[in-house]
Design a protein around this ligand. Structure first.
Ligand code: SAM
Length: 225
């Protein structure tokens, strides 16, 4: 009885690992955030394992059902819509509950947008913090103020509808010359990196309609500058 936490591609389907395919083919059940995306992956890699839905709005009862299955000896793999389960995606509560009842947790590492963006950003990556999706209202201002003194690189996710607003607010809250990298559509046909300062990023985003998925890598405060 094991719970496999299986990373899946964030765009390019060839970014799946051999081990991820083997695990998805051999477990008794795959719990997927989005069964439609999962089916595409299954078709491409000849996976015929039964699928069940497990998403952010799944009840505690759905998590318990999965736990019961694992306790009865079945192995389950958890996948999210893209990337690493649990990273700004569902999974945390299931993993926590599984650990509580003594189920073995096995990570099957692979794609993660935050790490892919950071690795290609050209900004310091020896120390970084990951903020997931930023708060939309409560705590947002306080967070932005705290980032003024943050010396580590900051990575977060943002939707295309909110990216201009967020970057504009950051340019106001921080030094507009703070370095920033916008990683768009990673691993996909229209993959693109914007590298520059916060005020240049605002101009860049104002110059065309933001489309696709964005991961933001914001430089930390450079005390020497
Ligand atoms: N668990 C996922 C991971 O490991 O990367 C992240 C899931 S989170 C719900 C989705 C967000 O990740 C998107 O809104 C976007 O900010 C970022 N993201 C996902 N795929 C991306 C890609 N191909 N390029 C850039 N950012 C991406």
């Amino acid at each position: 009885m094991s719970l496999f936490i299986v990373a899946t591609p964030i765009g390019n389907l060839r970014d799946i690992t051999f081990r991820a395919i083997e695990i998805l083919q051999s477990v008794d059940l795959v719990a997927a955030e989005d069964t439609r995306t999962a089916k595409k992956l299954f078709t491409k890699f000849d996976i015929h394992t039964p699928l069940t839905s497990f998403h952010a709005h799944s009840t505690d009862r759905s998590a318990e059902k999965l736990i019961e299955k694992m306790k009865s000896g079945k192995s389950v793999a958890l996948i999210s819509e893209a990337g690493t389960p649990g990273i700004s995606d569902p999974g945390f509560k299931l993993i926590q509950k599984a650990i509580e009842v003594g189920i073995k947790i096995v990570p099957i590492p692979g794609a993660c947008a935050a790490i892919a963006a950071l690795s290609a950003s050209g900004l310091r990556m020896d120390k970084f913090i990951f903020l997931g999706f930023l708060p939309r209202k409560k705590g947002r201002k306080k967070l932005f103020t705290s980032l003024r003194e943050e010396t580590r690189t900051i990575v977060f996710y943002e939707s295309p509808h909110r990216i201009l607003k967020t970057i504009s607010e950051l340019a106001e809250a921080l030094n507009p010359k703070r370095k920033i990298v916008l990683a768009r559509e990673l691993t996909k046909i229209h993959e693109e990196f914007f590298r520059g300062s916060l005020d240049e990023a605002v101009d860049f985003l104002n110059s065309k309609k933001a489309r696709g998925e964005f991961t933001v890598v914001l430089g930390g405060l450079d005390k020497k500058a």
